[in-house]
Design a binder for this molecule. Structure first.
Ligand code: FAD
Length: 477
């Protein structure tokens, strides 16, 4: 997120000085590391959590269209950077991998058929295919069919235009570009405190060098708190009124992974199933082809769990350290109104490794345990807050929290995540630089031709934009 914002700002205001502080020895070692997330270019093509069924049985595609629009914004910005030589050859961070939905059971088949009908003529979902025929599905993804009971009703959708994104590689390339253009990168530097001085109108940052614990002070006119799971804590330390009442609910995760070339060769898709009842929306199980460092692997999961840490490399005390008098009631209330989520996470935590493997075999019946090993994913800190009616909720999305004078902003929440980094950072620009955003418009339109408009409203613009970015990024249209 910080790398994206820095890159946008360096294009818009090349004379501004940018300093980046990272507490670890390298960037992108937390959620943006390729093995800490699933690397989906989330465009809601086949992820079923974005298309819930309404009580009347119709399918609500609002969220899917929104997420797809957001991903098209990211694609346009990445294409601009590639065409300017500011990002290297695209295959180092984005690769074409077809996306699929796969379901079993009569009710789920009916749902998927309705979802397909609701999306197939939409310009952002062009090319979506549907089948209930095992031989067709086998031709798309053989592992799903081999060993499956013949009498089981099954259905799948497929779209070749899906992507796998190595957000770790993308982050490294963006940061390299920023440093080459004059930004300062301070690794092993942890921001420990920040305060706004009314007199100088500057933020004073206290930073500690993790090697030797040397304290150093910095000043800045504008601060972006792109600290992932630690953003809540730093925004609380900043003392801004706007963060009052927010809490964080950490969800941990595990994946199963195989790098065995014989197994990997049998699957080339990202396949999304249906989430279990009561599970959080982002725990939709999926069987994924991953492309990291030029090597293909397979990933299955996520298996959700609970850990009080707000970062994978965080502290067991993180959740307790986030509690303040102003968020205590919200945290308790949100916990009590989401007991089904708590029960789900406890069940996931208690699940045996055999039970977990059976979840993979429900997708790929012939999967063998010896081929797969477990890896720990990144932490997702979900937002706890009060909704418009004052009810405490857990929100499964992201939210930019900006200080009233626009001199500080931070990002809370986790989903849809890195795929939508560009539109989220455009939101930061609009919130924090209201007096400049109109002046930046011509440059923003050059970088992101659809800036300020939606693609869905114009089929031919949607088609040409998707075609152009696919060509530049060397992915399927
Ligand atoms: C299991 C899982 C699966 C996911 N799958 C997907 C997916 O398929 N597609 C997708 O688009 N998104 C996905 N996401 C979400 C995506 O990974 C995140 O939205 C994105 O990586 C967040 O980027 P970030 O820069 O905000 O945070 P991070 O990548 O976590 O970076 C924050 C950085 O801040 C540093 N930091 C923290 N505190 C301090 C401090 N005090 N001082 C200095 N540095 C500090 C950290 O060390 C870290 O390097 C997934 C996430 C998880 C956990």
């Amino acid at each position: 997120m910080s790398a994206t914002l820095g890159t946008l700002l360096s294009e818009l205001e090349p004379t501004w000085k940018i300093a980046i502080f990272e507490r670890l020895g390298d960037v992108a070692r937390e959620s943006s590391d390729p093995w800490n997330n699933a690397g989906t270019g989330h465009a809601a093509l086949c992820e079923l959590n974005y298309t819930p069924e309404r009580p009347d049985g119709t399918i609500d595609i609002t969220n899917a269209v929104k997420v797809n629009e957001q991903f098209q914004v990211s694609r346009q910005f990445w294409s601009f950077l590639v065409s300017q030589g500011l990002l290297p050859e695209p295959s180092r961070f984005i690769n074409p991998v077809p996306h699929m939905s796969f379901v079993w059971g009569a009710d789920n088949v009916t749902y998927l058929k309705k979802r397909y009908e609701a999306l197939k003529d939409h310009p952002l979902f062009a090319g979506l295919e549907y089948s209930e025929d095992a031989s067709v599905i086998r031709s798309w993804a053989p592992m799903l069919i081999a060993g499956r009971r013949k009498d089981q009703p099954i259905a799948a959708t497929r779209i070749p235009a899906g992507t796998d994104v190595d957000f770790g590689s993308l982050t490294h390339r963006l940061i390299d570009g920023l440093v080459a253009r004059g930004a300062t990168l301070k690794l092993n530097h942890r921001v420990t405190a920040l305060r706004h001085s009314k007199k100088s109108e500057l933020w004073r940052l206290k930073v500690r060098h993790e090697v030797g614990s040397t304290p150093v002070d910095y000043s800045a006119r504008f601060v972006f708190v792109g600290a992932g799971g630690y953003a809540l804590n730093l925004l609380q330390k900043s003392g801004i009124r706007e963060i009052r009442g927010y809490g964080g609910f950490p969800i941990s995760g595990e994946f199963l992974r195989t790098d065995d070339p014989a197994v990997v060769a049998r699957h080339a898709a990202k396949v999304y199933g249906k989430a279990a009842v009561g599970s959080p929306p982002m725990s939709v199980p999926h069987l994924d082809t991953r492309m990291v460092g030029g090597q293909a692997s397979l990933l299955f999961g996520p298996y959700a769990g609970f850990s009080p840490k707000f970062l994978k490399s965080g502290s067991w005390w993180d959740i307790f350290a986030s509690i303040r008098p102003h968020n205590l009631i919200t945290i308790i209330g949100a916990g009590l109104t989401n007991l089904s989520l708590v029960v789900y996470l406890v069940k996931e935590l208690l699940a045996t490794s055999s039970a977990k493997f059976r979840a993979l075999q429900a997708f790929a019946p012939r999967a063998e345990r010896k081929d797969w090993y477990q890896i720990t994913a990144g932490q997702r800190v979900q937002i706890m807050k009060r909704d418009d009616k004052g009810k405490p909720i857990i929100q499964f999305g992201t939210e930019v929290v900006a200080g009233a004078n626009g001199s500080i902003a931070g990002l809370l929440g986790a989903s849809p995540g890195a795929s939508t980094a560009v539109p989220i950072m455009l939101d930061v620009l609009a919130k924090c630089f209201p007096d400049r955003i109109d002046g930046w418009r011509p440059q923003l339109e050059e970088m992101i031709p659809s800036y300020g408009a939606t693609l869905s409203s114009n089929t031919s613009t949607a088609r040409s934009t998707i075609g152009r970015t696919a060509k530049v990024l060397q992915i399927s249209a």
